[in-house]
Design a protein around this ligand. Structure first.
Ligand code: ADP
Ligand code: MG
Length: 378
């Protein structure tokens, strides 16, 4: 069986191009060749380089292999680059190799081409795998650091919130005692009322802090995702303003996850409120469910058509207290809470966003395998 091979030829001579292709076909490749002759054509070809190998003539009327090689390397694509030449001297061949060419082959000895291509494709594949492994390692490391940071901040916030709550109970208690002891018309009564109200708001903040720092209070059970989303829709209408259109796209096979339904509601609510805030001029909020059988996961996507985020903002959004909203509007606890809840439910959360292009949060949870129902034989 012949192996497909996509070749980009940098070559001005028809007959040389045909000869190169012939040698590759002869070696058993199923060759799909494209040809360029100028820098402009090469640039266009590199915009979407679906090539396994580049074979360049050393010298062309309007172009040459060293410049072509420089362009390929600058493009950042790791495609094996082989130079073919009738005249290349040893010195220039060495210079090409030093500049990053993978091999050079004499036109008088083209039988060397196919084995060189095979070797270089193998090496390129190995390099690609190495890069993928390294990227994955870095991703996991970053994820680990993020998780560690969240955990320590969470623990700190939890401890603060706990002590804070105790103090607030004392403050509110004395405020109410004061209120009961002065006449409602007395100025002091109003002062005690203000203290009591501020304490209530502070207690609410402390409660939110506790939720994200101590998600072990969850009461997980099996939840049919689509049902949860449909129930949530009713709550949502009140939150979204006039100009925001809600779109649900529920995969009937989305399935069941194991989590505290109240917490998943809260996750959706926090994401929806953020989406609303990101669309002051109106827009569309889309909630999508899906199942991913390959990984036995169940997925929820929440997307908006709002202002989006810069990469810098995106790296910080899950940090507690990180907010870009004006004081009094944002607490910076919404996504920290979402993160805590999702992690607790053994889920994962991803975000994709671009300034001006909207934002999509994607959540994945392990799918609960349905238990077979025993039907009594009749
Ligand atoms: N859907 C979204 N579109 C644009 N930015 C968002 C979105 N969701 C979150 N953000 C950014 O993430 C920050 C943190 O969000 P969050 O933790 O919910 O805190 P808050 O909403 O109180 O600011 C927001 O201030 C905002 O900059
Ligand atoms: Mg928020």
């Amino acid at each position: 069986m012949s192996q497909p091979l996509r070749v980009l030829l940098i070559e001005d001579s028809d007959s040389d191009a045909a000869l190169i292709v012939w040698h590759l076909k002869n070696a058993g490749y199923d060759v799909a060749a494209s040809r360029v002759e100028t820098a402009g054509e090469l640039r266009a070809a590199l915009a979407d380089p679906a090539y396994d190998v580049i074979v360049a003539d050393h010298r062309l009327p309007h172009f040459d292999a060293p410049s072509a090689l420089a362009m390929v390397r600058e493009s950042g694509h790791d495609i094996p680059f082989l130079v073919v030449s009738g005249t290349i001297g040893e010195e220039r061949a060495v210079a090409m190799m030093k500049a990053g060419a993978h091999d050079y082959v004499m036109k008088s000895n083209l039988t060397r081409l196919a084995p060189a291509v095979a070797r270089e494709i193998g090496d390129a594949l190995a390099r690609r795998e190495l890069r993928a492994a390294e990227a994955e390692r870095q991703r996991l490391e970053a994820q680990f650091h993020r998780a560690q940071k969240m955990e320590s901040i969470g623990r700190l916030a939890g401890a603060v919130a706990h002590d804070f709550n105790n103090l607030l109970t004392v403050i509110a208690g004395y405020a109410r005692m004061g209120m009961s002891q002065v006449h409602p018309a007395d100025d002091l009564h109003e002062a005690f009322t203000q203290i009591d109200e501020a304490a209530k708001r502070a207690a609410d903040l402390a409660r939110r802090l506790l939720i994200f720092s101590q998600p072990q209070r969850a009461e997980p059970r099996d939840v049919v995702l689509n049902e949860l989303v449909r129930n949530f829709e009713k709550m949502l209408a009140r939150v979204l303003g006039e100009g925001i259109q809600l779109e649900l796209s529920l995969d009937p096979g989305a399935g069941v996850l194991h989590a505290d339904p109240g917490q998943i509601d809260q996750v959706l609510m926090n994401l929806a409120v953020n989406a609303r805030d990101a669309m002051p001029e109106g827009g569309r909020l889309r909630i999508e469910t899906a199942s991913i059988p390959a990984t036995r996961q169940i997925q929820i996507g929440v997307s908006d058509t709002g202002i989006g985020m810069s990469p810098e903002v995106m790296t910080r959004i899950f940090e507690p207290f990180f907010t870009t909203k004006p004081e009094g509007k944002g607490t910076g606890l919404g996504l920290a809470t979402v993160y805590g809840i999702v992690k607790q439910a053994q889920g994962a959360i991803e975000v994709a966003s671009e300034p001006g292009k909207g934002t999509t949060f994607t959540l994945r949870f392990p799918a609960v395998t349905p238990q077979p129902i025993d039907c009594p034989a009749s």
